[in-house]
Design a protein around this ligand. Structure first.
Ligand code: ASP
Length: 269
């Protein structure tokens, strides 16, 4: 009965508030300077968008992105400006570092090597897409990004078109994984554009992953350490999910219950 926009915000907020969920919100992993900087964006079926990037001290950056969308003439605020806006809007400001993150970061400093590990440990994102009973779509994406990233690094997750895209007449898509590659290929927009031209959500996710893989090959870049995953939903409620390599799962919730699905992948390992 709730509307899609409220649902996506409320859904991801559960993860943002959970300090054991180490890739978003409170307890999100820090950058190489030991600062937890969060990225998030939100989009509704009408094309309203809001986004914050490299934002410190705010647990619910999803709600802050929504506040940017609804209470400012802009679509994106970054860094200190995002935190300042949060303060003005009455968001509590707090330390997002938890003892486990502190310990991991201290250990990481011993070598200070930036090495993303596919699927686990140092990155992950919560992306939620919702189609409500009135047929309205919305999406929200929130993350602490790559652990031990350079301070100021922004990934795909707060970039509309890359980490998230919603077309109220077609469908919605969101991404997780190596943000630089998703930005390069405008991943989520690519998925929705494919759906617009008649591909199913599943086919559209597969097309986008294949295209990303082609970009790797074309650029002669190794992709051994990279994972990319997309999920998508159409206005008819069909869903799809696909990843570059195994290990990507996603949940589909409907009136019939919740299913956790393991996505097929382009590569075998
Ligand atoms: N896409 C996120 C980023 O690059 C990280 C992830 O989803 O794993 O910041």
């Amino acid at each position: 009965g709730a509307n899609a926009l409220d649902a996506v915000e409320l859904g991801v907020k559960i993860c943002e508030a959970d300090p054991r969920e180490r890739s978003v919100g409170l307890g999100g992993r820090p950058d190489r300077d030991g600062r937890v900087t969060l990225d998030a964006c939100i989009m509704d079926h009408l094309g309203n968008i809001g986004s914050v990037a490299a934002c410190e001290h705010v647990v619910h950056v999803s709600s802050l992105a929504r506040a940017v969308m609804e209470r400012t003439p802009h679509v994106m605020l970054v860094g200190d400006g995002a935190t300042q806006f949060a303060k003005e809007q009455g968001f509590p400001l707090q330390n997002l570092m938890v003892p486990d993150s502190e310990a991991e970061w201290t250990k990481w400093l011993e070598k200070a090597e930036y090495k993303p590990i596919p699927n686990i440990e140092n990155h992950d994102t919560i992306g939620q897409l919702t189609l409500d009973a009135e047929g309205r779509l919305a999406g929200c994406c929130t993350t602490s990004g790559m652990a031990f990233k350079m301070h100021g690094r922004v990934g795909d997750s707060p970039i509309i078109g890359a980490g998230l895209y919603v077309d109220g007449e077609v469908g919605a898509a969101t991404a997780t994984g190596h943000g630089e590659e998703v930005i390069r290929t405008v991943g989520s927009f690519r998925v929705v554009a494919a759906m617009k031209s008649g591909r199913s959500p599943q086919q559209a996710c597969e097309d986008a992953v294949r295209e990303i893989h082609k970009f790797f090959v074309r650029r002669g870049k190794p992709w051994a350490d990279t994972q990319i995953g997309f999920i998508a939903v159409s206005t008819r409620g069909e869903v799809g999910g696909y990843a570059l390599r195994p290990g990507f799962s996603y949940a589909v919730a409907s009136a019939d219950g919740v299913r956790v699905l393991t996505a097929e992948s382009l590569l075998d390992s």
